[in-house]
Design a protein around this ligand. Structure first.
Ligand code: C2E
Ligand code: MG
Ligand code: MG
Ligand code: MG
Length: 283
């Protein structure tokens, strides 16, 4: 079509578009066999309670190592997986892996630990029946539902159908957190209807601490909101002691970020949990 309109004018545009499309197609095709070929791994990032220095939970983060390209960021491949209908089986695999891991750590003598799993909007498709799937995975792995936290974004929280699914899981003691809080197009009214346990301050606000008074103001407002709504609040992407000090002063409950730990393999996460449990690591 572009050819008809004039080769020369559209050539550069055509080539970049083709390269992008080709790369996407290639990733899409690779994704189809990534599960079967065991190319995925779940990493775990500790969440630290500021008042005690304890690890209160771990966020499960998906990692994909492509056999030819190497590691590919979830920011790149998750949207492609969502588009091509692969996010349901992949998301289910993450849920099962993370729940099994938390249970395995408990069986190995570590204190029960909450595992936070990110959900994609696709997993709320009615024909999939997320509530039933989550319950089946909890039963299969033997994990206490109170040890599972589901991370959703504001746009997912806004849907009435999704709210019903989350209500059902919440009545089984599964917890719900709002990821990337304050970054989506949404009103706060879902906080009245949805049984939310925790809000996660997005990294884009944390970055502004000490630099951008508007970011600081938004964070302070979020801390106040959490306090009055009796929600747990955690800050994501904390990298510096200055950010930490600001959040500590504002009585933010928990911190997740490179300042303490980046996401770790299951093996390394277990060592960290062990040293915390034995009181060897004091934060
Ligand atoms: P998210 O859920 O907001 O996860 C936090 C992201 O911030 C992670 O990126 C984490 O590695 C990164 N991070 C944590 N601390 C720091 C820090 O101090 N500095 C910086 N610069 N980054 C930090 P990651 O693992 O690349 O994941 C990106 C996004 O991909 C996630 O954002 C989430 O939306 C999505 N994602 C990851 N795993 C899954 C999954 O299993 N299912 C779904 N649906 N989405 C996932
Ligand atoms: Mg998350
Ligand atoms: Mg986030
Ligand atoms: Mg994010």
């Amino acid at each position: 079509q572009a050819k008809e309109e004039g080769k020369n004018t559209y050539r550069i545009y055509d080539e970049t578009l083709n390269a992008d499309l080709q790369q996407k197609m290639y990733i899409k095709n690779s994704l189809r066999r990534a599960l079967d070929h065991q190319e995925f791994e779940v990493f775990y990032q500790p969440q630290i309670e500021l008042a005690t220095g304890r690890i209160t939970g771990l966020e499960a983060l998906l990692r994909w190592t492509h056999p030819k390209i190497g590691p590919i960021s979830p920011e790149v491949f998750i949207p492609i997986a969502e588009e091509s209908g692969l996010m349901i089986p992949i998301g289910e695999w993450v849920l099962r892996t993370a729940c099994a891991q938390s249970k395995a750590w408990q069986d190995a003598g570590l204190p029960p630990i909450t595992i936070a799993v990110n959900l994609s909007a696709r997993q709320f498709a009615p024909r999939y029946d997320l509530a039933a799937q989550v319950k089946a995975i909890l039963a299969e792995t033997g994990l206490d539902p109170a040890c599972l936290e589901l991370e959703i974004t504001e746009n997912m929280a806004m849907h009435d159908n999704n709210a019903a699914v989350l209500q059902e899981l919440r009545s089984d003691n599964v917890r719900v957190s709002i990821d990337d809080f304050g970054t989506h197009y949404s009103s706060l009214s879902y906080l009245k209807r949805l049984p939310v346990d925790k809000i996660k301050i997005d990294r884009s606000f944390v970055i502004g601490i000490g630099k951008e008074p508007k970011d600081e103001a938004i964070i302070l407002a979020m801390l106040l909101l959490a306090k009055h709504m009796e929600l747990t609040i955690i800050a994501e992407g904390v990298e510096t002691s200055e950010q930490l000090a600001f959040l500590q002063t504002g009585e933010c409950h928990e911190i997740q970020g490179y300042f303490y730990y980046p996401p770790k393999s299951a093996e390394t996460a277990q060592q960290i949990l062990r040293s915390h449990a034995e009181g060897l690591t004091i934060i």
